[in-house]
Design a protein around this ligand. Structure first.
Ligand code: ZN
Ligand code: ZN
Length: 217
């Protein structure tokens, strides 16, 4: 008798690949002890034998004799693909970074501008956001790598964190530069700086397109 009060089992699946159906090279890629290190868009693989080879997964090349002489998809290339899929190393062109807003480890483009932001925290240039204090709609120019207590407002001589209407937002918030949506038609819309938490993404997730925004600097 099956106890019907138990939770429904998950779908019946195998977690590891079926090694019996794999080629010799694929089995070795899974079972041999190797270390993989990102090298820009390529990866260094320290093999079980002690030799180190360089794999380029985009070009599909490896410096090992197996690949060089026989032109086979060697175990090092396969291992790099396995480690990328398992999120043990970042994919080509990306790097690991701690999100500057929430601290979660994330993958960003290797040449992405500072600060690194995870997909949940990232504010796109041109994205429309809401000022929680006034309900005004603003258009994001950029998320600056500086913190609210590090940036001084020239007119007041005080930091963004010390600004009266920013009371209650974290002093070490990132700084977001934005222009008022209503000012966009102007020749030189003025750019204002806000603590990151003061701005709320809007539901419509509108991206202002085709309207010139101030340069990111
Ligand atoms: Zn190889
Ligand atoms: Zn984040």
């Amino acid at each position: 008798m099956i106890d019907s009060t138990l939770p429904t089992p998950t779908e019946k699946v195998a977690l590891a690949p079926d090694l019996r159906s794999l080629s010799e090279r694929a089995i070795r890629a899974w079972t041999e002890r190797m270390a993989v290190r990102p090298l820009g868009d390529r990866y260094a693989v320290d093999s079980e034998s002690g030799a180190t080879y360089v794999v380029d997964p985009v070009e599909g090349t490896c410096t090992c004799p197996d690949q060089q002489l026989r032109g086979e998809t060697c175990k090092h290339l396969r291992r790099v693909a396995i480690e990328i899929t398992a999120h043990r190393v970042p994919p080509p062109g990306e790097r690991r970074a701690d999100c500057a807003a929430c601290g979660t480890e994330t993958l960003v483009d290797r040449d992405a501008a500072e600060p690194p932001l995870c997909p949940a925290c990232d504010l796109e240039r041109g994205e429309v956001v809401l000022d929680r204090e006034t309900g005004d709609r603003l258009v994001v120019v950029r998320v600056a790598p500086d913190r609210a207590d590090e940036v001084t407002i020239p007119e007041t001589g005080r930091t963004i964190a010390d600004h009266a209407t920013n009371d209650g937002y974290p002093a070490d918030d990132l700084v977001v530069e934005a222009v008022y949506l209503g000012a966009l038609g102007q020749e030189q819309p003025r750019r204002y700086s806000f603590p990151y938490s003061r701005l709320e993404p809007t539901d419509d997730a509108a991206i202002v397109d085709g309207v010139p925004l101030p340069a990111e600097r």
